[in-house]
Each structure stands twice: as structure tokens, then as C-alpha cells.
Design a protein around this ligand. Structure first.
Ligand code: AMP
Length: 172
């Protein structure tokens, strides 16, 4: 395991009882660890033509923007409701802790744009699936998904159901 993994902090019962929250803020605060994480996220996609990184608010943005730059791609935010101006596509979904909705600007991507979905943690997979549905509704070509941490016990990968690769830097 890479040395930065020791910087991931397990926080019990956050934000709700029964959830073991993976706190990545110590990884972000360490320059060498943050750099190593970004390198590891980018590595599987260096040879893949990508028009845009679609990152999920909020922690997905932390990785999505530098990843877009590393891959020579644009950055398109998938946001919580009411944050994006203009016409939006909206997708409601179930979370490990509750429900939420994600939105994408309807004109953010040209039809057929090659997109990579990015988030920090894959838990039950509902968030990533909602993001993928938004990208599909925008008629994008989804080349894959990249997450920093996959929580394998929660089975989120089973909900990906796509031929496009889902790459996790760390499965735990
Ligand atoms: P899910 O839709 O269940 O795959 O949840 C993924 C989303 O919720 C990601 O955007 C994560 O930031 C967040 N999340 C869910 N579970 C955790 C966890 N145990 N630790 C940290 N973040 C989590």
C-alpha cells in the first residue's frame, strides 16, 4: 500500500451513527501525499482521450480539477441542486446516508463528448450511478470513472454496470 494511505482517518459515526467516514483531509494537507494521490488517479487514463472530467460536488472537485489539468481535459461540475445557472438536468438518488439530487448544466457538454467521472469515495455506488445517468442524459460518451477510495464491503462497483472501466486507487 502507498505510504499516504496511513493519512486516511477513519471517523466512526460521522455524519450519522453507523457510518465509518473516510476522512481524507490529512492526505490533502500533505503536499507529497496529495501529489502522489493525483499521480495515481491520473495514471490509468494517460493514454485515454478525454474531453472533460465530470467531478461530483464537493470532494470530487478537489481531485477532479487537478486531474482535468493533468489529463489535458476540461472540467465540468456535477453539483448539488440550485447551484448551477441556466437549464439543468437533475437526478435524484439514494445515498449511504439519506437522499440527494445532482445536477448538470444541459449545455455543458457537446453530444458525444468523451468524459471521465470523478469522485473521492465509492460507497454504495448511488452517487456515481446518478452522475453517470446525468452524463448519459447529456449524450456524453463515458470513458470511465475514477475514485480515490472504493469501500468494497458496500458493493458500489456492482451498480456501475458498464463496460467502461471503474478505477479505484485504493480498495479497502
Ligand atoms: P455512495 O453514493 O453511497 O457511493 O456514496 C458516495 C458519496 O458519499 C461520495 O461522494 C463520498 O464523498 C460520500 N461517502 C459515502 N460514504 C462515505 C464514507 N464512508 N466516507 C467518506 N465519504 C463517503
Amino acid at each position: 500500500m502507498p505510504s499516504w494511505t496511513r493519512l486516511i482517518r477513519d471517523v466512526a459515526d460521522f455524519p450519522r451513527p453507523g457510518i465509518v467516514f473516510k476522512d481524507i483531509t490529512p492526505v490533502l494537507a500533505d503536499a507529497a501525499a496529495f501529489d502522489a494521490v493525483l499521480e495515481a488517479l491520473a495514471a490509468p487514463w494517460r493514454e485515454t482521450p478525454i474531453d472533460a472530467v465530470l467531478a461530483i460536488e464537493a470532494r470530487g472537485f478537489i481531485f477532479g480539477a487537478p486531474l482535468a489539468r493533468a489529463l489535458g481535459a476540461g472540467f465540468v461540475p456535477i453539483r448539488k441542486p440550485g447551484k448551477l445557472p441556466g437549464r439543468t438536468l437533475s437526478q435524484r438518488y439514494a445515498l449511504e446516508y439519506g437522499h440527494d439530487t445532482l445536477e448538470l448544466q444541459a449545455d455543458a457538454l457537446p453530444i458525444g463528448a468523451r468524459v471521465l467521472l470523478v469522485d473521492d469515495v465509492l460507497a454504495t455506488g448511488g452517487t456515481l450511478k446518478a452522475a453517470r445517468t446525468l452524463a448519459e442524459r447529456a449524450e456524453a460518451d463515458i470513458v470511465g470513472a475514477a475514485v480515490l477510495i472504493e469501500l468494497t464491503a458496500l458493493g458500489g462497483r456492482a451498480r456501475w454496470q458498464s463496460d467502461a472501466p471503474l478505477q479505484a486507487v485504493l480498495s479497502m
